[in-house]
Design a binder for this molecule. Sequence first.
Ligand code: GTP
Length: 239
Amino acid sequence: MAQGKYKRVLLKLSGEALAGEGKSGINTSVLAQIADDVAEAVALGVEMGIVIGGGNIFRGVAASAQGMDRASSDYMGMLATCINALALQDALEKKGLATRVQSAIEMAEIAEPYIRRKAMRHLEKGRIVIFAAGTGNPYFTTDTAAALRAMEINADVILKATKVDGVFDKDPMKHPEANKFEQLTYIEVLQKGLKVMDSTAISLCMDNALPIVIFNLTESGNIARAISGEKIGTTVYQT
Ligand code: GTP
């Protein structure tokens, strides 16, 4: 069996990834495809935590831009991540994978509370831990939650799934001539204002030398490729 390059990874999925072409809601066939990709990746023997966003259901930042109180809209966004976490859990379990959902906001009837040491034990036992409700705090993104949880569980890398092949100097959806970066340092990301993750998340990764691989989720098999150490997407790391 092929071996993974990493022992433990944190996969960051955006909420929009679950929506497919639709941009909103949950597309069950897209979800099943993601579950297949995750199953292929964990078969390499890697331990995996997943942080999922909620933008397919509710975008806190967009709502606050329209006048809603920022903290309230962020809490609504956190609840959206819980819906996605349960949908993802269902899809992964249908593929025979053992999973646990842990929420940063207590909702004991629906999910386990986030307890770091319990999350570590689940991972050691080969369960995929889905971290819901972001960091549990408004004003933080799910990218920051991914960086934080990755650090807490001692992940070797953050795998950030996107809709494009990596990080480009311009938006590749609008500019076909855009150039992809193979590698970047954290400082380059911050200085160039590249939209890899928000600056809080990047700073957290930089301070702890945690590499980030940004890759295209819509290409089937890419999670396993990233875990095998194949050169895909863009890697952000410390020189
Ligand atoms: P270990 O036995 O410690 O290896 O882990 P386990 O997760 O199998 O045991 P536990 O008895 O803690 O959990 C059994 C099931 O109940 C799992 O599906 C958990 O996700 C779930 N569970 C545990 N705690 C909670 C909770 O506070 N709320 C909810 N909703 N489910 C929980």
